[in-house]
Design a protein around this ligand. Structure first.
Ligand SMILES: Cc1cc2nc3c(=O)[nH]c(=O)nc-3n(C[C@H](O)[C@H](O)[C@H](O)COP(=O)(O)OP(=O)(O)OC[C@H]3O[C@@H](n4cnc5c(N)ncnc54)[C@H](O)[C@@H]3O)c2cc1C
Length: 333
């Protein structure tokens, strides 16, 4: 007769879709399981490590289970600790709402258990579902400003536009309400050491994917990647997560540089003025460079990430092309 653990693992194995690469987790072969563990995002491992070690150690000490069973149990626990479901919307409870400016707020959502992690790979985003002012369903992408090292919760910083459909949903949300979330989504994949330096061009709320990637890189002591960010806004008050960005710049002065650009700067201002220009990109982002030793995108020494309103993205793509950044050196969130 199969143990309860084996039955659950086989059940997981039967499920068809596998966007996390959890096929290995669902296969009870020990070698595949090791592959799965190695393939996990380090942030997920950080978040889950304490709970898993305690439970696995307890299982080893107080039961007669064999090492393979303990490995399977560990993997099952990791799967259960990941909160997101790529196929189905799941509800997350809003536990705190902090107004940051007249139209920006930080929303803190609780995960199902205090040891759970969201399970969002670096550079990917979630789909959030809500209702607009007419009661019609709307789904939009958002990038949490938290990482999977932030255990038990995740946070969104949302800019709410007066006419925005999903903005309406967030404006109406109160503590205790639930947000329907599905994910992970997105084509961006990050591995430490993938490139020597990232250049980032962000506008307005387009900062959130950049902030997430920059934080993950800088907070990993083994990752030596450099990050150069140009962040454009209309006014000083529009700059999102400024305190956090300035904190990264002062904590990692050799690896993180930020240049703010404003359309309408205050009287005293030492950043850029107007729209982001070719000259600003030349001065503040890493120059296009290939490593001729390697191939494909591993060969890139620099990569430019873009996220902003459509007119800005278009203008930035034209600037980058004129400056000699090949299409494979660019990525738009
Ligand atoms: C990968 C990704 C991650 C994102 N993460 C975040 C995030 O963490 N936080 C966040 O606030 N947003 C984020 N966004 C933007 C978000 O998905 C929505 O586009 C935004 O919330 C507006 O949606 P809406 O339905 O309220 O506005 P819509 O109904 O789509 O737009 C209505 C009006 O709002 C105004 N508007 C909408 N978007 C913009 C804009 N970008 N710039 C200027 N005016 C605009 C325009 O006047 C527009 O006509 C992200 C987008 C992407 C692609």
């Amino acid at each position: 007769m199969k143990s309860e653990l084996e039955r659950m693992l086989l059940q997981l194995h039967r499920e068809e879709e596998d966007p996390y690469g959890f096929a290995c987790a669902r296969n009870p072969e020990p070698t595949k399981n090791m592959d799965f563990l190695e393939s996990l995002d380090p942030q997920i491992l950080v978040g889950a490590a304490v709970a898993v070690v305690v439970i696995a150690a307890a299982a080893y000490l107080f039961s007669s289970k064999k090492p393979k069973e303990i490995l399977d149990l560990t993997i099952l626990l990791l799967v259960l600790l990941v909160s997101l479901d790529p196929e189905n919307f799941k509800d997350f409870k809003l536990v705190k709402r902090t107004q940051l400016s007249h139209n920006v707020a930080k929303f803190k959502f609780e995960l199902p258990t205090p040891t759970a992690v969201l399970g969002l790979p670096i550079g990917q985003h979630i789909s959030c579902r809500g209702k607009d002012g007419q009661g019609e369903e709307i789904i939009k992408p958002y990038t949490p400003t938290t990482l999977d090292s932030d255990v038990g919760y995740f946070e969104l910083v949302i800019k709410m536009y007066p006419q925005g459909r999903m903005s309406h949903h967030f404006r109406e949300m109160r503590v205790g309400d639930h947000l329907a979330v599905k994910g992970p989504k997105g084509r961006f994949k990050y591995q430490p050491g993938q490139v020597r330096a990232f250049g980032m061009l962000a506008g307005g709320s387009g900062i959130t994917p950049m902030f997430q990637v920059a934080r993950a890189i800088l907070e990993n002591p083994k990752d030596k990647t450099k990050v150069h960010l140009i962040y454009a806004n209309v006014t000083y008050e529009d700059i999102l997560v400024k305190e956090e960005l300035d904190g990264l710049a002062s904590n990692y002065p050799d690896r993180f540089k930020i240049y703010y650009v404003l359309n309408q700067p205050p009287e005293v201002w030492d950043g850029g003025v107007g729209f982001v220009s070719k000259e600003m990109i030349q001065e503040h982002l890493p120059a296009p460079a290939h490593d001729i030793q390697a191939s494909e995108f591993k060969s890139l020494q620099t990569r430019i990430l873009r996220c902003g309103p459509p007119p800005m993205n278009k203008a930035m793509a034209a600037h980058l092309e004129a400056l000699g950044y090949a299409p494979e050196m660019q990525f738009q969130f």
